[in-house]
Design a protein around this ligand. Structure first.
Ligand code: PEP
Length: 251
């Protein structure tokens, strides 16, 4: 039985004052939850604050990006070991906004995935197709190519230390959610692809769905057999919504 995971992606939102309240509300709200793992991925400057509030609570934390480099003259970058200094458990890699806006390629994402693993972080590998690609019938081709780049770099066994998030680009921040059937189809295909290489790794892999998950659609999405929780953007900024989604993962 895979444990469900609900991870918030705050993106470039927050401030010291509002974070404090949000983090405290999340900690208070997850107290009654037993079967779901909860995490928040926050902007780099707030890792210290997040660590201070969440240490000793059931809520884990992480970052939204990292450098593929270990250290050196890479102005503006943040390394995996720096994230380790703040006891991060997770780090997003290959979020569609990083791919689309900052030009991250499949091979760069694979390097970042490897760097995260090498430092003991759990990379959350984000994959997903654009609307154009879906309409052209290329969803699995695109998603599989994104995964193949990582497989080629680290091998299938490495996925036992990772999480995959299927996030159709057309559903992120748009209010348009994939139907539970559309998401399940892709999740099952990802698991089947990995199962051909290692059945045990595939069976244990948490595959999250992301893209306009809200309290109103979370129960149905999370009831699908291959959807192991969610990566939550906008709704993770509102404690009551995020907590309702976490509660939906317990059902
Ligand atoms: C995300 O940023 O990963 C995401 C899924 O965003 P939203 O929930 O706002 O669509």
């Amino acid at each position: 039985m895979r444990q469900k995971l609900v991870a918030g992606n705050w993106k470039m939102h927050g401030g010291l004052k509002t974070n404090q309240q949000l983090l405290q509300d999340v900690v208070a709200g997850v107290a009654g939850l037993r079967n779901v793992a909860v995490a928040v991925c926050v902007p780099f400057p707030y890792l210290a604050q997040t660590q201070a509030v969440l240490s000793g609570t059931p809520v884990a934390w992480g970052a939204q990006n990292l450098s593929e480099q270990a250290q050196g003259a890479f102005t503006g970058e943040v390394s995996a070991s720096m994230l380790q200094d703040f006891a991060c458990r997770y780090v997003l890699v290959g979020h569609s906004e990083r791919r689309a806006i900052y030009g991250e390629t499949d091979s760069l994402v694979a390097e970042k995935f490897a760097a995260a693993l090498a430092s003991g972080l759990r990379p959350v590998l984000c994959v997903g197709e654009t609307l154009e690609q879906r309409d052209a019938g290329k969803t699995l081709e695109v998603v599989f190519a994104q995964i193949d780049a990582v497989l080629a770099r680290v091998g299938v066994a490495a996925f036992s230390g990772a999480v995959v998030a299927y996030e159709p680009v057309w559903a992120i921040g748009t209010g348009r959610t994939a139907t539970s059937a559309q998401a399940q189809e892709v999740h099952a295909a990802i698991r089947a692809k990995l199962a051909k290489l290692d059945a045990g790794v595939a069976e244990g892999l948490q595959i999250l769905y992301g893209g306009s998950v809200k309290p109103g659609n979370a129960v149905e999405l999370f009831s699908m057999p291959d959807i192991d929780g969610g990566l939550i953007g906008g709704a993770s900024l509102v404690a009551s919504d995020f907590l309702a989604i976490c509660a939906a993962a317990e059902k």
